[in-house]
Design a protein around this ligand. Structure first.
Ligand SMILES: [Zn+2]
Length: 817
């Protein structure tokens, strides 16, 4: 699963942390689920009651005792109505408490014997009880989207979300990740809809009542949480890898962009098959985009679902495919997660660390090391927080299993794999992966199996590595000092570990006299450790962790001269980034300014953007830089760089750039267009507003909303008040730009105090949507607070339509309560 990390920013910005909502630390040991009975096969027949948001189901569940004889069977079945249970035609007795279904089998079965129970039931997802913790709403498993077709802007859809243990909301099963079953599903739906499930669509039968029954069959075995169904009106865009069907299910208006979004999937399948040494093990690969999806994306075997964020238009795709790493992430789960499954949620990282690291691997393969390393730093940033630093990677004492889906299991896990790869070398790392996947395929794994596989392949003991990184917490916090003994011509590198847990690790140190380094590989295993190196001329730079692989926070005291040299000789993205960052506040120094100026032409676009953002153009020596930025604005190969250059030039507030801004409005890139439009607004308000108001196409308005909404807010454009009303949330909560957030808050006040009913409705709808979709993160409470505030403003107004406005807000509040 790919979570939407920006949600965390959302809660931080509101000052309401998820952690505060939960009480205490759990001390209960979270074991792997005991295996009494093993699932063998699951056959389902389902049809949907749209009026009630329920599903009528029949299940044939085949099981076998795990080891000991059984005469009882316990299944997970959440909030169902159970109508009948039989086996071999005999009615069976059962007890059901709305959560666990205990069946008397009327027979004793021994290991190796298979038996099948038949259960007729009704799934009632809306009745699924909330979990104990107030902040965490248990998932419904089966989601009906606009089932009564009351929302003209929303298509009717059904989709499921099994992880963690919500598949048992729609079929009785042993809902644990250490169970594996093959599957068949017969789905009966109105004939106008398409369906998607795991495995292959074997048969479609039209029924006399206008419905159709689709038969999906999945022959291999996977965990119950990976079961999936979707129903709705979708266009299916067909692609292929070798003779395996690769299909993209999107809403019709996005059909032209499906290839632009998902088209690299076959190349990814090829790359991951090669990398792991295990050929893609499943019969097809489909991806679907679901409305109001509750997470980022989910790796249901052969039937991945993505959230609406995956939808992008042509002009957005010109800039970058922001969903590409998520596509890689879900695909790599088909090896790590679907083929070999974490045996318990405590061990979730053996799924998620690999899915996370696959994003690095894909970027490295496709776009080179700089892009991958830039991504790695972002991921590490997503891990580093006081809260995360106290969590073990493998965690047997979590509070809620949903808590395992965090920056530790994902981001830190990925960064640890990167270190392991660096320590073992590429070939051993790949061979270890192959070993782990082959030894445990169609079964489960935990961190120890991973260790054993890498140990077997490399011949190295890895307990020291796993003990500190997998079964403990934190990371090295290093204070590094360089002491030069000029007479002896020796530099001593003093390394102090300041964190609570002591770590040991290999470290590469490079000493530069001029452009070529002398490289030393050392081992740090004490709280304080010093290493001395001889030199001829005083080194221009000592680069600690030269390979940039250690997960650590390193602080040292590099001089301006060191940093200038670091930019010049540093081969890695992290080197150049550190240099630019360190020099930003030193631009009065000519060499520092020259370095940032040079970075305007860095080979990696991310660093060009960083240099544009940070260069001080008020410096009289920066004339050349202005020329460079002018040229980047029109001709950089990356449109994201062009857009940033345009914004930088807009800071001059100078009419001489009007032509540039106007011409850039016809760019194919939405980033360039948006940047040009905002820039134009500062120098020629009327022209910018005329252009902004001329855009009527919904998709174009969507792709340019980051520019359009603030402009309409600043201008208080009455004709756009309804559009603004529905598009405030992202800017209010998910932006890091404080000034911009203030603009959106101003927009919020504008709509809250407006008599426009459509704008009020759009505002209310967007907050209700946010609150219901992310209820499990506590978003409903925040949305409720906001709407109460709007209600107060409307009540205090003296608008003629005051009552109607109040009703709109009250209805929204009622929907959230
Ligand atoms: Zn994942």
């Amino acid at each position: 699963m790919k979570i939407r990390l920006f949600l965390l920013c959302f809660f931080l910005s509101i000052g309401l942390s998820i952690a505060q909502e939960k009480e205490g630390i759990n001390t209960e040991y979270r074991a792997e689920r005991e295996k009494v009975s093993d699932l063998v096969h699951t056959k389902l027949k389902v049809n949907f009651d749209y009026a009630k948001s329920q599903m009528a189901g029949e299940a044939w569940i085949t099981l076998t005792p795990h080891f000991y004889n059984v005469s009882d069977l316990e299944l997970d079945a959440k909030a169902m109505l159970i109508h009948e249970i039989t086996s071999n035609g005999k009615v069976l007795k059962y007890e059901y408490d709305g959560n666990k279904l205990n069946i008397k089998l009327g027979n004793t079965y021994a290991k190796g014997e298979e038996y099948t129970v038949y259960i007729k039931y009704t799934a009632r997802p809306e009745e699924v009880e909330q979990e104990g913790s107030a902040a965490i709403t248990s998932a419904k498993g089966l989601y009906f989207i606009d089932p009564l077709e009351t929302d003209p802007n929303k298509p009717t859809q059904i989709w499921t979300q099994g992880e963690t243990e919500a598949s048992s909301c729609w079929f009785p099963t042993i809902d644990a990740p250490n169970q594996k079953t093959s599957q068949e599903i017969y789905m009966t739906v109105p004939d106008r809809y398409v369906t998607l499930s795991n495995g292959l669509l074997k048969e479609q039968t039209k029924n006399s009542d206008g419905t159709r029954t689709d038969y999906w069959k999945f022959d291999k075995k996977h965990a119950p949480y990976l079961f999936f169904m979707a129903v709705g009106e979708f266009s299916i865009v067909e692609d292929k890898w070798k003779d395996i069907a690769v299909d993209y299910y999107v809403e019709k208006e996005y059909e032209p962009y499906a290839m632009g979004t998902f088209g690299l999937t076959p190349e990814m399948i090829e790359f991951f098959s090669d990398y792991t040494g295990v050929v893609y093990p499943w019969s097809k690969y489909a991806q679907i985009i679901g409305r109001d999806y509750v997470s980022g994306a989910m790796e249901n075997t052969t039937a991945v679902i993505h959230g609406e964020m995956a939808y992008q238009t042509a002009s957005e795709l010109v800039d970058e495919n922001t969903w590409e790493s998520t596509i890689a992430h879900e695909l790599f789960h088909h090896w790590f997660g679907d083929l070999v499954t974490a045996e318990s949620w405590s061990n979730l990282t053996v799924n998620e660390s690999f899915a996370n690291y696959s994003q690095y691997l894909w970027y490295e393969y496709k776009y080179g090391r700089d892009h991958a390393d830039s991504h790695r730093l972002d991921e590490i940033e997503g891990y580093i927080s006081p809260e995360n630093e106290l969590k073990d990677l493998v965690r047997y004492h979590y509070n809620s299993k949903e808590d395992m889906f965090d920056g530790v299991s994902y981001n830190k896990g990925g960064a640890i794999l990167h270190m392991l790869r660096s320590y073992l070398g590429d070939d051993a790392f790949k061979a270890g992966i192959k070993q782990y996947l082959t030894d445990n395929q169609y079964g489960t794994g935990e961190a120890h199996q991973l260790r054993l596989a890498f140990e077997e392949v490399s011949g190295k003991d890895l307990n020291w590595f796993f003990n500190q990184w997998y079964f403990s917490n934190g990371h090295p916090m290093l204070e590094v000092k360089y002491v030069y003994s000029e007479e002896a011509k020796i530099v001593t590198v003093q390394i102090e570990q300041t964190q609570a847990n002591l770590f040991e690790f290999p470290l590469a140190i490079e000493v530069f006299e001029g452009d070529t380094p002398k490289r030393y590989e050392v081992w740090v295993d004490q709280k304080s450790k010093s290493f001395s190196f001889k030199y001829t001329d005083k080194p221009d730079l000592v680069n600690v962790d030269a390979d940039r692989t250690l997960l650590a926070v390193i602080s040292d005291e590099k001089t301006v001269e060191n940093l200038v040299h670091l930019y010049k000789v540093g081969k890695k993205f992290e080197d150049r980034k550190e240099a630019i960052e360190g020099l930003v506040n030193e631009q009065a120094n000519e060499e520092a300014l020259k370095t940032i100026q040079a970075a305007l032409n860095d080979s990696y676009y991310g660093l060009r953007i960083m240099a544009i953002e940070n260069i001080d153009l008020s410096n009289s020596n920066a004339k050349k830089a202005i020329k460079t930025i002018e040229s980047l604005a029109t001709s950089d190969e990356k449109t994201l760089v062009q857009a940033k250059a345009i914004s930088k030039l807009a800071e001059f507030d100078d009419m001489k750039y009007v032509d540039l801004f106007n011409e850039s409005l016809s760019s194919a890139s939405s980033a360039v267009k948006g940047s040009a439009l905002k820039s134009l607004y500062w120098v020629d308000k009327d022209a910018a507003l005329t252009y902004a108001n001329s855009i009527t196409d919904d998709l174009e308005k969507e792709s340019l909303k980051a520019a359009l909404v603030p402009i309409f807010i600043m201008d208080k454009t009455e004709s756009q008040v309804a559009y603004v009303g529905g598009n405030l949330i992202s800017g209010m909560f998910f932006s890091e730009d404080k000034e911009l957030v203030d603009t959106y808050k101003e927009g919020f006040q504008w709509i809250a105090g407006s008599a426009d009913q459509e704008a009020t409705q759009n505002l209310v709808d967007s907050f209700v949507q946010l609150g219901t979709q992310y209820k499990q993160y506590g978003a409903d409470k925040i949305a409720l607070q906001v709407l109460q505030q709007v209600l107060g403003v409307k009540k205090a107004s003296d608008f003629e339509n005051k009552e109607a406005l109040i009703k709109i807000v009250q209805d929204g509040i009622a929907n959230l309560e």
